[in-house]
Design a protein around this ligand. Structure first.
Ligand SMILES: Cc1cc2nc3c(=O)[nH]c(=O)nc-3n(C[C@H](O)[C@H](O)[C@H](O)COP(=O)(O)O)c2cc1C
Length: 244
């Protein structure tokens, strides 16, 4: 290809991008968290391909500070769910700050909530209540669950690397017509007791990060939704502008 031909081809490709989203962008924009799954299991080779997408994620120092555990045994999925339900019941009974309670309960609630501001925000607390009452399934009956553990010895922020690997897996899954949902609440089965780490044979240096529910969605939940924009500051040519 001559230099001129190369230039023409680049110009054409940029012109095309002005009007058309790439397939990757489409998957990113249209992916939705799936909370209703078909009963049928995902073929093993697809899960292996999803794990491969995780393995190819960038990581600080190329440490790849993660361990993935695939669970396809309903007894284990149910067992982890039961542990989380019990913990949610305990949280709800002890510190449900959305209702009036005794002074002691209020004091306990304010201490625990201050110590866990990210976990006991009103939004997760609403879900904690639903899980405790059996109104929200932990893994939404997904047939496959991928647990993500961080290798604490990783450079920088191993949990960030795990998040990147996890999202690689999520996007790969959606590109295959599968559905996924990040299940942050699953950490309640790993944080306060060693029971599940012991059962699964996981020990130092692995620390639980999060998990993914994976399966065939019921219906077609993927699609564009409205999203609020966050202002972006943009510095160029000695000027600052703000994009909305
Ligand atoms: C780290 C993380 C943890 C999450 N945990 C849960 C969870 O435990 N249960 C659940 O149903 N959804 C969970 N979600 C899904 C979010 O609720 C969802 O991504 C958000 O509402 C935006 O919707 P969308 O994924 O369809 O764009 C989690 C998402 C992330 C990124």
């Amino acid at each position: 290809m001559t230099d001129q031909e190369q230039k023409n081809s680049e110009t054409k490709s940029i012109e095309r991008l002005k009007n058309v989203r790439t397939e990757t962008e489409d998957v990113i924009l249209k992916r939705r968290s799936v909370r209703i799954y078909q009963k049928k299991q995902v073929p093993e080779f697809l899960i292996k391909r999803i794990l491969e997408a995780g393995r190819f994620a960038p990581s600080a120092g190329n440490c790849m500070p993660w361990k993935f555990v695939v669970i396809r045994d309903p007894e284990i999925i149910d067992g982890i769910t039961q542990t989380v339900v019990q913990t949610c019941k305990m949280f709800k009974g002890l510190i449900d700050y959305r209702y009036n309670g005794s002074i002691l309960r209020k004091i306990i609630a304010s201490i625990v909530i201050r110590s866990k501001p990210n976990d006991l925000h009103p939004v997760p607390f609403g879900a904690i209540s639903l899980i405790a009452d059996g109104k929200l399934g932990l893994f939404h009956n997904a047939p496959t669950v991928i647990l993500i553990f961080a290798d604490e010895r990783g450079i920088g922020f191993p949990t960030l690397d795990c998040g990147i690997a996890g999202q690689n897996m999520v996007l790969a899954a959606h590109s295959m017509g599968l559905g996924t949902c990040w299940i942050g609440f699953s950490k309640l089965a790993f944080e306060n007791s060693k029971i599940w780490k012991n059962r699964l044979g996981i020990d130092f240096p692995y620390k639980f990060v999060s998990s993914l529910a994976v399966g065939y969605p019921v219906g077609k939940p993927d699609g564009l939704v409205a999203r609020p924009t966050h202002a972006v500051d943009w510095y160029e040519g000695g000027m600052k502008k703000t994009l909305y």
